[in-house]
Design a protein around this ligand. Sequence first.
Ligand code: BGC
Length: 365
Amino acid sequence: MTRTAATPAATARHGGTPFGVLPTGDTVHRFTLANGDVTMRVLDYGGIVQSLETPDRQGIRQDVVLGFDDLEGYLHRSPYFGALIGRYGNRIATGRFTLDGTTHTLAANNGPHALHGGLTGFDKVRWQVLDATDRSLVLRHVSRDGDEGYPGTLTATVTYTLTADNRWVIDYEATTDRATPVNLTQHTYWNLRGHGAEPVLQHELQLVADAFTPVDATLIPTGVLQPVAGTPFDFRTPQPIGARIDAAHEQLRHGSGYDHNFVLAGPGDAAGVRFAAQVREPATGRTLAMSTTEPGVQFYVGNFLDGRITGKGGAVYARHSGFCLEAQHFPDSPNQPAFPSTILRPGERRTSRTEYAFGVDTQQP
Ligand code: BGC
């Protein structure tokens, strides 16, 4: 008598390989996705993009994201390298907000403020793998009512897809059983010269933003939308990241460089996805374009890296050795009535999409 295989086809597609064991005893798996010219490796822990390889203009492939070779690095030393962020990306002032007349107190993990979802944010949990193929991965995390102080049980589903035309598409979906703020994002640190290479100050950035949200000295938005015109925050035409980073501007002092939310302008396509940013690395020709349905993007240049973190292959990550473009709603929105709302209510389904497109510019430096 022939016996049918115990594993249904859907399970067999989960081709992850063990990457380490959590203190809980659970095994973390790593999944390889490849399509077109791009190969990426993703952990079910934090949805972390552990590596991402693309060719340069000579066809030389390099890993362009900062990270660690082992789970231990992600557990103990990671400033959110490659990770999904939730329930709320960036800061909520003094870890407190009032919603429908009730004041909620969150876990404070950044001075008095709540940052990136709290002490155990979505970057520090093992996500359930709903599906995995050689070019896509579907992850789910259920965050319980009261998790890190947030109200309501929130179900977040994130799909990573690599397309044949070299785009990494991230689809987010969230539902809740009680009203709660939600701001999901992805915190990959990029260095298009290769993850261990020199700081990213020569990378040229274009950001389609007419305004940014200035912050106080603790990086909480003042509530104002400030035009970028005439400031070092004007990236409407491409500028090297480092060209004005040391300018005498109060906001650059507050952020120790760029660590600000930019207000995206420009029309979206039929699905509401709009072109937000483009980066070009002159020496290798690698380019990265970002599009999103989100109203803002946090541009952060690894200002708090200081050479104390040793990452993949022994690379030492010095100040500014990676940049992040985190598509998001604005920081501290639950306390800022003038900002687009982040509140998700029962019966609603929050969806958003962010895409990173990889290419090469054949023009020599
Ligand atoms: C924040 C920075 C923070 C960093 C953590 C960014 O999104 O804006 O202030 O230090 O994440 O790695």
